[in-house]
Design a protein around this ligand. Structure first.
Ligand code: NAD
Length: 383
């Protein structure tokens, strides 16, 4: 069983597998081939991968055609899917809610495609949960980026030249990214307020030394997987009214509010930005799923009424080595969980809860119930 690891897109700094992870898998009996230049963005050479036990392949097409298992980070390019070996297993992000054509093409190629976004939120799967590992780093990186754009320091400082008041940070959405953002801003000495629609988030916010903003939205709640339920338009309106006052007082606003599988809600509108102090900074961490901030532009920093609005995608890429380390561990843990020690290969256990949740295509069809085309009803031949 040949495990192959192709290079990521040119714009991606993260690397899907680090040499230390290759070493672990080789020790288990895996045969691994990596594309030449895999670690180039992090200064990791082909020789480092060779030392870890991998073979190096320069010809990408040949590499793709030879893989029984393909491990990577970003979704595959549609044009390259036909180069994959029929019957192979492909593991990566797939963006399944927005990529029906990709799923269809993977199915046609008879590839069994696992989507890292769909790893379930169970205790057993936590170590494979790439959404969480990357979100946590994104929360950290967002605060550091915001701090670098603010013309103030975070902590209170009392000096003979005068007293500097601590900066105020407001975090909207206290999930994985939001909580890491709170922790980072607190470590730097800022005063932090935060809000989330899931009532259970309050105790997490308080435990990090931040203040929880109370908004009476009525019924909110969360799904069995721990994700927020979408709010009604009326609830969103009420939320924005309260958020407006908090945004106006904040030096930094970081938004992380997402609703799994749907477009992110707009929570910071232009009139709220107009009410903010010039020099303030807004970071929209939900920009890739539509954005929480009106006017934020994917991949750009813009300025409105003196307020900087940062819409950088892929925030965990800013700490690419640690992001790669976490993602490599997520992939290695997935392989390890389903590794047959006697036969020394990865077993795709179709009845396993984790596989059922993240396997998108198999046996020539889209098999995940959320994305599979509706079954055609058999015509009745009665009288
Ligand atoms: P996410 O990225 O989907 O959303 C980020 C946050 O935005 C969530 O906390 C959500 O409640 C919040 N949000 C949505 N709409 C909002 C609104 N209108 N206003 C304010 N906030 C809003 O979610 P996530 O961060 O990946 O995860 C959410 C929670 O899931 C975590 O806090 C955790 O409790 C749980 N979780 C569990 C596991 C596990 O059990 N293995 C793993 C990861 C996360």
């Amino acid at each position: 069983m040949n495990i192959i690891i192709p290079k990521e897109a040119v714009s991606e700094l993260r690397v899907s597998m680090l040499p230390q992870n290759i070493e672990k898998l080789v020790k288990k009996g895996a045969k691994i081939t990596v594309e030449s230049g895999l670690g180039r963005t992090l200064g990791i050479s082909d020789n480092d991968y060779k030392k870890a036990g991998a073979s190096i392949e320069k010809n990408r097409k040949k590499l793709l055609a030879s893989g029984d298992i393909v491990l990577r980070l970003r979704k595959p390019d549609l044009k390259e899917v036909t180069s994959l070996k029929k019957g192979s297993i492909h593991v990566s992000y797939l963006d399944p809610f927005n990529e029906p054509k990709l799923l269809e093409t993977l199915a046609k190629q008879r590839v069994s495609a696992i989507s890292m976004e769909m790893i379930p939120r169970s205790t057993r799967a936590q170590k494979m949960d790439a959404l969480s590992s990357q979100a946590s780093l994104a929360g950290y990186a967002a605060v550091v980026l915001a701090a670098g754009n603010l013309y103030k320091i975070f902590p209170m400082m009392m000096t003979p030249a005068g007293t500097l008041q601590p900066s105020k940070v407001f975090i909207i959405g206290a999930g994985v990214a939001g909580l890491q953002a709170i922790a980072t801003a607190r470590r730097l000495g800022a005063k932090v307020d935060a809000f989330d629609t899931r009532p259970v988030a309050k105790s997490d916010v308080l435990s990090l030394g931040a203040k929880f903003v109370e908004v009476d939205l009525g019924e909110t709640g969360q799904t069995a997987q721990g994700y927020a339920k979408a709010l009604t338009e009326e609830q969103l309106k009420k939320q924005r009214e309260v958020m407006k006052q908090h945004c106006a007082q904040a030096d930094i606003v970081i938004t992380t509010a997402q609703v799994f599988g749907r477009k992110a809600p707009v929570l910071v509108t232009s009139d709220m930005i107009a009410a903010m102090k010039p020099g303030s900074v807004v970071v929209d961490l939900a920009i890739e799923t539509g954005g929480n901030v009106e006017g934020a532009i994917l991949g750009k920093t813009i300025e409105k009424n003196g307020v900087k609005i940062i819409g950088m995608a892929n925030m965990s890429t800013r700490v690419a080595l640690h992001a790669s380390q976490m993602y490599s561990n997520n992939l290695t843990n997935l392989i390890d969980e389903f590794w047959n020690k006697e036969k020394k290969h990865f077993e795709l256990k179709l009845e396993d809860d984790i596989i059922k949740s993240c396997l998108m295509t198999h046996g020539g069809a889209v098999v995940h119930p959320t994305f599979a085309p509706p079954k055609k009803e058999k015509k009745s031949h009665k009288g």
